[in-house]
Write a protein that binds this ligand. Structure first.
Ligand code: BES
Ligand code: MN
Ligand code: ZN
Length: 493
């Protein structure tokens, strides 16, 4: 898919399909008015006939309007000014894309008015457009013997004023990089557990390192991790025939001495629950338990593509959680890399067991801040549903930065408290702590557990259990929080 900016006079602009906005009540903006004039009032006549009201995401496809070089015009409802949220924009872009996908249209030009989204500028509108078109055309057919039909849409132009041309170009560049990061993350998430193993994740990281001069990759195997003392991480892979990997990707875009932003991803390539086995229904979806790792790889893909001027270290704790004669049992106690001991009361609370050692490992990079991202708790789905990712942090400034980035990138998170009052739920009679805190506040106690391994750090935790994939007929990975994290790093650079 190729994206371009166009500032041609609208009447002579050639495209298979010119997409125009119609506001509530059939009102036309500047661009649509120019089209109406060129077509000698054809547009107003059609709207006057009442076939499109301007309600958000309503559509009307017109053929061969007089006076225009464009072959078709797609009218799309944009609703009322003042009620034009990011969510509405998502809806109307989705509706336009559906029409484009159902036809044989190869080129389209979005010529939406400047007020299509309240309080958002040309950069924001163009970038979101690129991201959403790319995401809407995403197909995952790698595991099918018969591949999906190729997408017919080849070029998408965004129509801007001449003053906004450069802004538009930047938006395309950054939007395409984010979109690329999102599809990388979706691919990794959608791959089945028998393909996407810890070793496979490591190979993908190595491939990224080969693509860029300033990306280097180091893989720690189980023996090296044992030597270091990462017994908590290793307790998770103990029951699996797939060896765990600690994947470390270093992106050097800033000065040699600049402190890195560290991203830590949960990479459980399949979570059966282990000896605390999960119920069978829907267990296939636990192949998505590496979506935190996928987001980290996707974000790094975007960062490297944009060559952002800062340093980033990505650490992925990759393991498979399986039951077997060698698996960890409830009641087993392990010493973490930090020296603290953990009683594993439930082997299904494995994410925190791999992340804690990765967080301790992260300290050696002297981070500016650490953000971990994980499909950590079912409780987060109960708390926030599938809309917002959960955010917890020991640093309010960092939390704000991440919330703001998520808001801007339309990849929102919502903060939950990390008060000390919750810590006592992790008290153990036999070790320094236990790995579960009971049913109340499951997302918070999971974060409390992690916080014990990031005490000296500026640290935040994103729980993407509810946002990383969708279930049902449209089952598939979403690539969240690649936009949030990339935005955060753009803001930092
Ligand atoms: N990967 C799961 C969390 C999860 C469950 C994400 C469902 C998305 C959908 C995690 O490893 C897990 O099993 N957590 C347990 C923790 C509990 C045993 C304290 C959970 O949430 O039930
Ligand atoms: Mn689990
Ligand atoms: Zn898990």
């Amino acid at each position: 898919m190729e994206f371009t900016i166009s500032c041609d006079p609208i009447a002579t602009h050639t495209t298979d399909c010119l997409i125009l906005g119609v506001a509530d009540g059939g009102k036309l903006g500047k661009i649509a008015k120019a089209v109406d004039k060129a077509s000698k009032g054809a547009l107003k006549t059609i709207i006057g006939n009442g076939d499109i009201s301007g309600k958000v995401a309503s559509t009307l496809l017109l053929q061969q309007l007089p006076g225009l070089a464009a072959k078709r015009v797609l009218l799309i409802g944009t609703g009322k000014a003042g009620e034009r949220s990011a969510a509405n924009y998502r809806k109307l872009l989705g509706a336009a894309l559906n029409v484009l996908k159902q036809t044989g249209i190869a080129s389209a030009t979005f010529a939406l008015e400047e007020d299509t989204v309240d309080e958002r500028d040309c950069y924001w509108r163009s970038r979101r457009l690129v991201e959403q078109v790319a995401a809407g055309l995403y197909q995952f057919d790698r595991m099918k013997s018969k591949k999906a039909d190729p997408v017919k849409l080849e070029t998408v132009a965004i129509y801007t004023s001449e003053a906004d041309e450069e802004t538009g170009e930047l938006a395309i560049r950054e939007g395409a990089a984010i979109a690329n990061g999102v599809s990388t993350a979706r691919d990794l998430g959608n791959l089945p557990g028998n393909v996407c193993t810890p070793t496979y994740l490591a190979e993908q990281a190595i491939a990224l390192g080969e693509e860029y001069d300033n990306v280097s990759v180091e893989i720690l195997d189980e023996e090296q991790m044992r030597e270091l003392g990462m017994h908590s991480l290793l307790s998770v892979s103990a029951g699996s025939d797939q060896p765990a990997k600690l994947i470390v990707i270093q992106y050097q875009g800033g000065g040699a001495r600049a402190k890195p932003q560290v991203l830590v991803g949960k990479g459980i390539t399949f979570d059966s629950g282990g000896i605390s086995l999960k119920p069978g229904e829907g267990m296939d979806e636990m192949k998505y338990d590496m979506c935190g790792a996928a987001s980290v790889v996707g974000t790094l893909t975007a960062v490297a593509e944009l060559q952002l001027p800062l340093n980033v270290v990505a650490i992925i704790a990759a393991a498979e959680n399986m039951p077997s004669g060698k698996a960890t049992k409830p009641g087993d106690i392990f010493t973490t890399l930090s020296g603290q001991t953990v009683e594993v009361l439930n082997t299904d609370a494995e994410g925190r067991l791999v992340l804690c050692d990765a967080l301790t490992y992260a300290e050696r990079f002297k981070p500016a801040a650490i953000v971990d991202i994980a499909t950590l708790t079912g409780a987060c789905i109960i708390a926030l549903g599938h809309q917002a990712s959960g955010l917890l942090s020991n640093n309010d400034k960092l939390a704000k930065e991440l919330l703001t980035a998520g808001d801007y990138a339309d990849d929102r998170a919502w903060q939950l408290p990390l008060w000390d009052d919750y810590q006592s739920q992790l008290d153990s009679n036999f070790a320094d702590m236990q790995n579960i805190g009971g049913r109340p506040a499951g997302t918070i106690t999971a974060a409390c557990f992690l916080s014990r391994f990031a005490k000296e750090q500026k640290w935040a935790h994103l729980d993407i259990a509810g946002t990383a994939w969708v279930s049902g007929k449209e089952k598939g990975a979403t690539g969240r929080c690649v936009p949030l994290l990339t935005q955060y790093l753009i803001d930092k650079s």
